[in-house]
Design a protein. Structure first.
Length: 183
């Protein structure tokens, strides 16, 4: 697909980013089964994913899209092969993002509260989580919280890709809040 760089270059870039900002979140999407993709290409993708420690991974199976250059390519893979590769890489991605979530246990994250429900609990999103596509944060306490508030919380556990975090005392702020103004 004419992407610049290679596995080692991208892994080095991620190491550089994390050395400067250890809490940085990284996500990416991948297409498997692109015309001409070999088993070696797929193994290289798996090598990258294992080394990258991404926070969110989207995996899609190739399909022809009208008007794209790739739709005119020969050497297309059978749909069954694409489906098998999609399932294989999706399983790996799910395992890896769960491991990455576990690496965040003990870290402090800024959480935007997105829902407060007496039965469901209080959920939000940390800075490294995109809305509706990545995991979310379940806050262990909702006292004093409302939708739109920012709260600093310590990650105390995980549920798959989701984080479980305990709000830190005195860390609640509402939109527009400033210490100087006292509001």
């Amino acid at each position: 697909m004419r992407r610049f760089g290679d596995t080692d270059r991208f892994l080095e870039l991620l190491d550089t980013i994390r050395s400067k900002a250890p809490e940085a979140g990284v996500r990416s999407n991948f297409i498997v089964g692109f015309p001409g993709e070999s088993e070696a290409d797929l193994a290289e993708l798996e090598r990258f994913l294992n080394g990258a420690r991404l926070d969110a991974i989207g995996v899609f199976g190739y399909s022809d899209e009208e008007g794209t250059e790739a739709a005119t390519y020969d050497d297309k893979l059978d749909e069954d092969v694409v489906a098998e590769r999609l399932a294989r890489v999706s399983r790996l991605a799910e395992e890896l993002v769960s491991q990455r979530a576990e690496e965040r246990v003990g870290q402090t994250v800024q959480v935007l509260v997105e829902s407060v429900d007496d039965e469901e609990g209080v959920y939000g999103r940390a800075a490294h989580q995109a809305p509706e596509t990545d995991g979310q944060v379940l806050l262990t306490s909702g006292e004093g919280l409302s939708v739109g508030r920012m709260v600093e919380a310590k990650v105390v556990g995980t549920e798959g890709v989701d984080l479980v975090a305990e709000p830190l005392q005195g860390s609640f702020a509402s939109p527009g809040w400033s210490e100087e103004a006292g509001r």
